[in-house]
Ligand binder design. Sequence first.
Ligand SMILES: Nc1ncnc2c1ncn2[C@@H]1O[C@H](COP(=O)(O)OP(=O)(O)OP(=O)(O)O)[C@@H](O)[C@H]1O
Ligand SMILES: [Mg+2]
Length: 246
Amino acid sequence: MDNLEKAKKELLALFSHELKTPLTLISGWCQVLQDHKIIGALNTKQKHAIDILSANSMILKNEIENILDTKKLMYGAMLFSFDIIELNRFIQRIIDRFKPITEEKKIRLVNQGKKRIVLRTDEDRLEQVLSNLILNAIDFVPRRAGVIKVGAREKSGQVTFYVKDNGKGIPKNAQDKIFEKLFQEDSSYRRKHFGLGLGLFLCKGIVENLGGRMWVESQWRKGSTFYFTHPKKIKSRHFSLRRRHH
Ligand SMILES: Nc1ncnc2c1ncn2[C@@H]1O[C@H](COP(=O)(O)OP(=O)(O)OP(=O)(O)O)[C@@H](O)[C@H]1O
Ligand SMILES: [Mg+2]
């Protein structure tokens, strides 16, 4: 690695640390305020205010991670580390984390997992993929009537995950393009839907690094379902096996 590359890497690590630390503190304190056992009950208006703070710090954190990880993905420098997890509980934990956002928008986010499935995977990366898909779905479903279903099915040596929404849908001619970096399908949604257009590029990249594939099935005005597969046994050629440092 030459000096310039090294300097860039160090800068990136610093940048990431500087941005993430204060945000982690903000969301941590929001959680404290949301827990009536720690700090006492809040009135409805106070709770609403904290929910909005908490929801938006989560969105911002996701955005920062997307920027940093897109770079890693492009340089082939994304690291993975593996553990065995149970998927129902894993999905439920992610859904619980979205509560401030779904409650604020008055929509339903449902765990459809029924059977117990265990999987050896990179938990943080898998969470990143599902969180990005869920955040997109949240943005495009209607307020109050929105329903998002998340689940996983095991079949012939692989697990297929899905995130299904009853949002605005994606026209046929845009369905491949949405996985490209910086692509956003309809600029008239820009004012309602924030973001940089990195989420799906990153999701697809992570899934492919783990040996799976990702696609979408969608009908305009009816809704979209994002699917991705994850092999039960990951072959080592799919990823760099160095452990990630925290
Ligand atoms: N569930 C969905 N329903 C309808 N359109 C979607 C959905 N998910 C993604 N899209 C379309 O695909 C585009 C790209 O999505 P992607 O997640 O890559 O970027 P983004 O959400 O716009 O920004 P970022 O993820 O970086 O915050 C979106 O701008 C939107 O046009
Ligand atoms: Mg997105």
